[in-house]
Ligand binder design. Structure first.
Ligand code: M6R
Length: 369
């Protein structure tokens, strides 16, 4: 049942190319037209949307943070993202023109369920992104986009995260098409690249062996920091969450630009710092800024573990360890950049003798508030 692997988590990590392909299946036409039937929100409903609010917990929240960058860029609709447990207690402003997207793998997280229920009471339109067919959140939503990742047994979300990202991209691109915004070259090019993501993930999986070795060499560390910018920031947050829940280590993510506002004081000799570098495509300035962030922390003794796209020579001189991922458009990069971080956390946890499928104190689906 573990497909020859010792743990479900390992199996679920390698299943990711197929899982992402299944999310896209039947939704991306050969000519680039998207069909999202189960959305049950008509194009005219979607044209009326003035604001998008994404609510979710944990890893699903990180998918939401990434979706914000994509949706605002492609659709020009203001998009907020909030952890579900905070959302309804702050009197949020919602109306018929608000699209609330609840992201939940299980469809049963009580925090997300209560938040989406509240949103519907306020007359917002609610769309669920969910992996479990017929679960409570999609049943109580106006529309749903199932991720079709298949059952995920490991407590740590892996393939369901990548497929949530794919689903978020589909929604963003679909909204852009329906609203006729930027419809044309950029959107079509991205759709073509999205369709190729399963093979890109496969390439990452083919090259993760050095990440395993690196993780094992760090099993005695007490802290690992993660830095990112743009979509690399939520990826860094996801890498830190994986390490906490699996390896029971102190792990924290910062927006690289925030370093100088405080966290840089944490840097000391030998501290491992993972840096997620944005693709160079279209993001030249950001890329250069993060390269100088890497220089800054390295000058203060950090051991830099850099995730960058292949052939990125600018990072080479400052990377103690370089993890290369395929070159893809920046907004889609989280799909490839997250995979080494999953492997890193899993391997480090295994080196410490932890059960990666059943980490202590955690449940797969959190059905209490
Ligand atoms: O089922 P959900 O997506 O609603 O679950 C949300 C979080 O509990 C979940 O993502 C959790 O953070 C994962 N175990 C992280 O790996």
């Amino acid at each position: 049942e573990k497909g020859g692997h010792d743990y479900f988590m390992l199996k679920e990590i390698v299943e990711q190319p197929r899982a992402v392909a299944d999310t896209l299946l039947g939704r991306v036409g050969i000519d680039g037209t998207l069909t999202l039937d189960e959305m049950r929100l008509s194009p005219s409903d979607l044209r009326d949307i003035e604001k998008i609010v994404i609510i979710a917990c944990g890893t699903s929240y990180h998918a939401g943070l990434i979706a914000k960058y994509a949706i605002e860029h492609w659709c020009r609709i203001p998009c907020e993202v909030e952890v579900a447990s905070e959302f309804r207690y702050r009197d949020p402003i919602l109306n018929r023109q608000t699209l609330v997207i609840g992201i939940s793998q299980s469809g049963e997280s009580m925090d997300t369920l209560m938040a989406t229920r509240y949103a519907r009471e306020q007359r917002a339109r609610v769309l669920a992104i969910c992996n479990v067919n017929g679960s409570t959140i999609p049943r109580e939503s106006d529309g749903v986009l199932y991720t079709h990742a298949g059952p995920e047994v490991g407590v740590a979300a892996t393939k369901t995260f990548l497929t949530q990202l794919a689903a978020c991209y589909l929604i963003g691109l679909y909204l852009a098409q329906v609203r006729n915004l930027k419809f044309g070259d950029e959107i079509n090019a991205i759709i073509a690249q999205l369709a190729r993501m399963p093979e890109q993930v496969e390439k990452v999986l083919d090259t993760v062996e050095p990440v395993r070795r690196l993780a094992r060499s760090l099993s005695n560390s007490t802290t690992v920091l993660f830095l990112g910018r743009h979509v690399g920031y939520p990826v860094a947050m996801e890498g830190a969450l994986k390490l906490k829940e699996l390896a029971y280590m102190h792990a924290e993510a910062f927006a690289a630009g925030e370093l100088k506002h405080g966290p840089i004081a944490l840097i000391e000799n030998g501290l491992p710092v993972v840096v997620v570098v944005p693709s160079r495509e279209g993001r030249g300035v950001l890329h250069d800024k993060i390269v100088s962030n890497i220089q800054e922390i390295r000058a203060r003794g950090a051991r830099t573990i850099v995730i960058a796209e292949e052939g990125d020579e600018a990072v080479l001189p400052f990377s103690d360890e370089l993890i290369e991922v395929p070159a893809v458009p920046t907004l889609l990069q989280p799909i490839v950049a997250t995979v080494p971080l999953q492997v890193f956390a899993c391997e480090l946890a295994l080196a410490k003798g932890n059960d990666v499928d059943q980490p202590r104190n955690l449940a797969k689906s959190v059905t209490v508030e």
